[in-house]
Design a protein around this ligand. Structure first.
Ligand SMILES: Nc1ncnc2c1ncn2[C@@H]1O[C@H](COP(=O)(O)OP(=O)(O)O)[C@@H](O)[C@H]1O
Ligand SMILES: [Mg+2]
Length: 251
């Protein structure tokens, strides 16, 4: 579903190379975890997948269902079923969360050739999913992410993901700022979407999240490259021994 081949990317403004020959394949139905020390390029990878203009791909390719997405703008990528939950979700003053969800959901449905949802059906779906995520409906009347706590932002992102039903979900540090109860709620939300025709890239600094979202594969990122891949036992090994051993091995 996702194939990243020898990807090199740099910061557009000053030309600093951050991603340096990254290879990664994620199959349909798979949950791939990306781990790696601070500054290894995890968030940068998520921005490049989203199509942010601050980064330039200088070499390599990103294939989604066999086709390059490099020439697609962020909206086209979203319409094709790629969803990203960022480490620091953007605040959008002036747009009520509910309104945002309705517009996003209907444009996603349109892209899939489905009809717009009627308001009562839309509200019903939001209520059900919000309840599962322990989100108060009053929060959804407020502007998107404005004044939301760290945990509320993360839950709001999972709510979006559940309503949009994307095919490739990239979650960057979804566990940061969550207490253990919120972490379980978020993990349940992710797990409820796992399906044979959907794939996840779960970026996390800590093994803890992976106790709840059990990955099929684990990839270690260091200096903009995947330096080691394995199954979930690799995450446990990292937890025990830290990154130094693996990164040393690769250097
Ligand atoms: N827009 C930017 N301007 C300057 N430095 C950046 C920018 N984006 C990323 N970097 C640098 O790239 C490296 C990788 O960052 P990041 O992808 O956020 O790492 P991670 O998410 O793995 O902690 C860091 O050294 C960071 O400072
Ligand atoms: Mg990061």
């Amino acid at each position: 579903m996702l194939e990243i081949k020898n990807l090199h990317a740099r910061i557009a403004e000053d030309g600093t190379e951050i991603i340096r020959g990254l290879n990664l394949t994620v199959n349909k139905g798979e949950v791939a975890a990306i781990m790696g020390p601070n500054g290894s390029g995890k968030s940068t990878l998520s921005y490049i997948l989203a199509g942010r203009e601050d980064y330039e791909v200088t070499e390599g390719d990103i294939l989604y269902n066999g086709e390059s997405i490099l020439e697609m703008d962020p909206a086209e990528r979203a319409a094709s079923g790629i969803f990203l939950a960022f480490q620091y979700p953007m605040e959008i003053p002036g747009v009520a969360t509910m309104e945002f969800l309705k517009v996003a959901m209907n444009s996603q449905r349109k892209a899939r050739g489905e009809d717009e949802l009627k308001i009562p059906e839309f509200i019903k779906r939001v209520k059900e999913n919000a309840a599962d995520l322990n989100i108060d409906m009053a929060m959804l009347k407020r502007p998107l992410n404005v004044g939301f706590s760290g945990g509320e932002k993360k839950r709001a992102e999972i709510l979006q993901m559940k309503l949009l039903e994307p095919k490739l979900c990239v979650l960057d540090e979804t566990d940061s700022g969550l207490d253990i109860d919120a972490l379980k709620i978020v993990a349940d939300g992710v797990n409820s979407l796992r399906s044979p025709d959907r794939a996840f890239v779960v970026i996390t600094h800590y093994q803890r999240l992976l106790d709840y979202i059990v990955p099929d594969t684990v990839h270690v990122l260091s200096r903009g490259q995947v330096v080691k891949s394995g199954d979930k036992s690799l995450a446990l090994e990292l937890e025990k021994n830290g990154y130094a051993g693996i990164i040393g091995e690769a250097a």
